[in-house]
Design a protein around this ligand. Structure first.
Ligand code: NAX
Length: 344
């Protein structure tokens, strides 16, 4: 049995964490030979709820779970981490406008980035889930200058899984028969789910997605809007945002980082853009096609991009630049104590 790894989940008393913690603790992400110490961070009013989550984890009697550390203190939560899954944020329900949500979350991710810098291992792998996930991830990465930017990723795997599933249902095959979908850009309705490089395995052969689906109008229209609007549709139906599917996507994302992507396949995740891929500007966390080997994420370069895709790839980048500029402005205001925004 390998030495235990330290895995932090923030927002640990929330609904995504409730679906996520069991899968992590039972070995679905880091393997059945990897013991785990779970660090669980939430805000002080949620500590009684967190205590209940800890009791349930204990009652699962899991062989890999060495210790559970519930806390509201960053110095304890971020100490010696191997992995940080940053789920906790100001919920969308409380702040409906995306711009205000962004502003409210800047303070959290600045603080947690600084805590990673001070307390975590320099090799820590950080996954940001809390919305707006791409920009929160950028802020956390900027606040932890001694941790490589490549160690920071944000979750677009839920969008990726949604896209695979839509195509699979259309073709009457399991979702695992759909490969190499790409989610470009922001985890927001401007994201671009792209199937131009996607293959669907039907009756033992890999077909191009357009050939398998045989409905270009759907693939260029309703398919894209269904994936872009899926989160909203789930909130409308369930009166709460995606939790079970979000937890599954977090596990898929982190398992791929830990164990790598299969040969010839790629996934989607938000990574730091250096400005060298697909004309996406530098200094954004942008979702690209990604391959992973030896725990290193690499953008899959050189895929052909047609005019239809080009406009959509650029539009979501433009939104991310606006978000980044607002976040940086909010960060600057946080530095001035006379400004009321320091309450955030
Ligand atoms: P919940 O409101 O159920 O839970 C959030 C938890 O975070 C609460 O327990 C809250 O007390 C805690 N929290 C707030 N501030 C914190 C802080 N500073 N430190 C630690 N914990 C803190 O939300 P849930 O449904 O679990 O969703 C969590 C986040 O995931 C939201 O921002 C949501 O929008 C986002 N999502 C992102 C997705 C993605 O694909 N990137 C998909 C699912 C989800 O919508």
């Amino acid at each position: 049995m390998a030495e235990p790894i330290r895995v932090l989940v923030t927002g640990a008393a929330g609904q995504i964490a409730y679906s996520l913690l069991f899968s992590i603790a039972k070995g679905d992400v880091f393997g059945k030979q990897q013991s785990i110490v779970l660090h669980l961070l939430d805000i002080p009013p949620m500590l009684p709820v967190l205590e209940g989550v800890v009791m349930e984890l204990q009652d699962c009697a899991l062989p890999l779970l060495r210790e559970v550390i519930p806390t509201d203190k960053e110095e304890e939560a971020f100490k010696d981490l191997d992995v940080a899954v940053l789920v906790g944020s100001i919920p969308r329900g409380e702040v409906t406008e995306r711009k205000l949500l962004l502003k409210a979350n800047v303070a959290i991710f600045k603080s947690q980035g600084a805590a990673l810098e001070r307390f975590a291992k320099k090799t820590v792998k950080v996954l940001v889930v809390g919305n707006p996930a791409n920009t929160n991830c950028l802020i956390a990465a900027k606040s932890a200058p001694s941790i490589p930017k490549e160690n920071f990723t944000c979750l677009t795997r839920l969008d990726h899984n949604r896209a695979c599933s839509q195509v699979a249902m259309r073709c009457g095959v399991p979702a695992t028969h759909v490969k190499n979908v790409i989610i470009w850009g922001n985890h927001s309705p401007t994201q671009y789910p792209d199937v131009h490089h996607c293959k669907v395995n039907m009756a033992g052969s890999d077909l191009a997605c357009f050939e398998a689906v045989k409905d270009d109008t759907w693939l260029k229209g309703d398919f894209i809007s269904t994936v872009q609007q899926r989160g909203v549709a789930i909130i409308k139906a369930r009166k709460q945002s995606s939790a079970m599917s979000a937890a599954k996507a977090i596990c898929d994302h982190m398992r791929d980082i830990w164990s790598g992507t299969p040969e010839g396949e790629f996934t989607s995740m938000g990574v730091y853009s250096t400005g060298n891929s697909y004309g996406v500007p530098e200094d954004l966390v942008y979702s690209f096609p990604i391959q992973i080997k030896d725990k290193c994420c690499r953008i899959v370069d050189g895929l052909a991009i047609n005019d239809f895709s080009r406009g959509k790839i650029d539009a979501t980048a433009t939104e991310l630049m606006e978000e980044r500029d607002m976040a940086v402005a909010a960060l600057a205001m946080l530095g001035h104590p006379q400004n009321p925004d320091t309450r955030l």
